[in-house]
Design a protein around this ligand. Structure first.
Ligand code: HEC
Length: 163
């Protein structure tokens, strides 16, 4: 591929990501404040439980695959995609006004919800690539794709999660 073709491919890929984010944004743009304290508590508990499950797969099964301690298994990565898809709609419930509820979520999740969903869409792009790599039998590709997933987790945490 010549340089311009490469640039075109790259711009095309970026456009595809933005379109996916826009589609997700349109489908999920129903942000509303939690109805009451109990609803806010339930929303926070559910999103934390699922995020912890996502973290467990990443630190457990994905790490084991990268280290060669487990067989590369695309089904595990698909499980992460399904779980992630369940998580982001939980953030339609704006819990930012309930200051006594313990959460690491920053208020900017609800102030710039599209930017938040954009990071969720980017994560999915990296998970698709990791799933492909897991099916390829290429350990190096698997390690690199897993690193990209980790960076996508981190990019959202840097912007939207308190330490
Ligand atoms: C689109 C944004 C976003 C992406 C992408 C994201 N996270 Fe998070 N994550 C959050 C937010 C926000 C919180 C804080 C949740 C809270 O406390 O309300 C969080 C919290 C967590 C927690 C701690 C749960 C807790 O509060 O005790 C873990 C573990 C975690 N994420 C793992 C991951 C992993 C692993 C990935 C990537 C595979 C990932 N996250 C991708 C936004 C994201």
């Amino acid at each position: 591929m010549n340089t311009f073709a490469k640039m075109g491919a790259k711009i095309g890929a970026i456009a595809a990501v933005s379109t996916a984010a826009l589609a997700a944004g349109t489908a999920l743009a129903q942000v509303a404040p939690a109805a009451d304290h109990a609803a806010a508590e339930a929303a926070v508990a559910e999103r934390i439980e699922k995020l912890e499950a996502l973290g467990d797969i990443m630190d457990g099964q994905v790490k084991a695959m990268v280290m060669g301690r487990a067989d590369a298994d695309p089904a595990v990565i698909e499980e992460m995609r399904v779980l992630a898809d369940e998580i982001w709609p939980l953030f339609d419930v704006d819990t930012s006004s309930f200051d006594d509820i313990e959460t690491q979520s920053r208020d900017n999740i609800w102030q710039s919800h599209d930017a938040f969903l954009d990071k969720a869409a980017t994560l999915d792009v990296t998970l698709v690539a990791l799933k492909e790599a897991a099916g390829s039998g290429d350990r190096r590709a698997l390690a690199m794709a897993a690193r990209d997933v980790g960076n996508a987790c981190g990019a959202c945490h840097d912007a939207h999660k308190n330490e």
